[in-house]
Design a protein. Structure first.
Length: 234
């Protein structure tokens, strides 16, 4: 499949990331290029320490590259100010993490609507949207439950609803099934595939879960800071 660069939602060129660990300089990324069209479901596999998380952090504006260029949804990230990056993350990116990152003192609905409240939405309007997204992930009957009352799979569903509720252009998922059993992992992957198809958001998933590759529009392998293209969907 030929990718038309004019239709790319994400373009990265020559991404390098270096940092020091004690007296040792670590090259986390070594000249990574990436083009992702809008609506894609991209899966990046590879060993721990290979650079997957670092790449997601750069694409999501959490960290900056040592060198290279990143353009996401029309925004140039490497030269953006901190306030611009904050707005970019709020308005364009949804994050899903391995350990859910839910606030234990808030129920499922209140966790989901936090991004909307940060945008200045009223609680009533945000709650209506939050309820709709909890229904999308199959938890409409559990909205009052606290995180500690939910299973790991249910907590990850809440986290996915939180990532999607603001309708971001890009969802970045870092080991979203890493803390789940194999059956629940499969359910979470299939849920994200369904949401990608239903909502049209672009998903980039970094994972050890090879099962996710069968659903991907494009796969990559990341090793030693290098990104190797894998299979494309026919």
């Amino acid at each position: 499949m030929h990718i038309n660069l004019s239709e790319c939602l994400i373009q990265a060129r020559g991404l390098e990331k270096r940092y020091r660990r004690g007296k040792v300089q670590v090259e986390a990324l070594r000249g990574v290029d990436l083009d992702v069209p809008s609506g894609a479901f991209v899966v990046i596999v590879g060993p721990s320490g290979g650079g997957k998380t670092t790449l997601l952090h750069l694409l999501g504006g959490i960290d900056r590259p040592t060198s290279g260029q990143i353009r996401v949804n029309g925004q140039t990230l490497e030269t953006a100010s901190e306030s611009e990056l904050t707005r970019f993350r709020r308005d364009h990116i949804g994050f899903v993490f391995q350990f859910y990152n839910l606030l234990p003192s808030l129920n499922a609905l209140d966790n989901v609507i936090l991004p909307l409240l940060a945008r200045g939405w009223s609680w009533k309007k945000a709650s209506q949207s939050g309820q709709a997204f909890l229904e999308r992930v199959g938890l409409q009957a559990r909205w009052r439950h606290m995180p500690g009352e939910l299973s790991g799979g249910e907590q990850q569903r809440v986290a996915i609803a939180r990532a999607l509720v603001g309708e971001p252009a890009v969802i970045l998922a870092d080991e979203p099934t890493g803390d789940l059993d194999s059956v629940t992992s499969g359910e979470i992957i299939q849920l994200m595939v369904h949401l990608n198809q239903q909502l049209g958001s672009t998903f980039i998933i970094a994972t050890h879960n090879q099962t996710a590759c069968q659903y991907a529009t494009r796969t990559y392998e990341m090793r030693d800071g290098l990104l190797y293209p894998g299979l494309e969907a026919a």
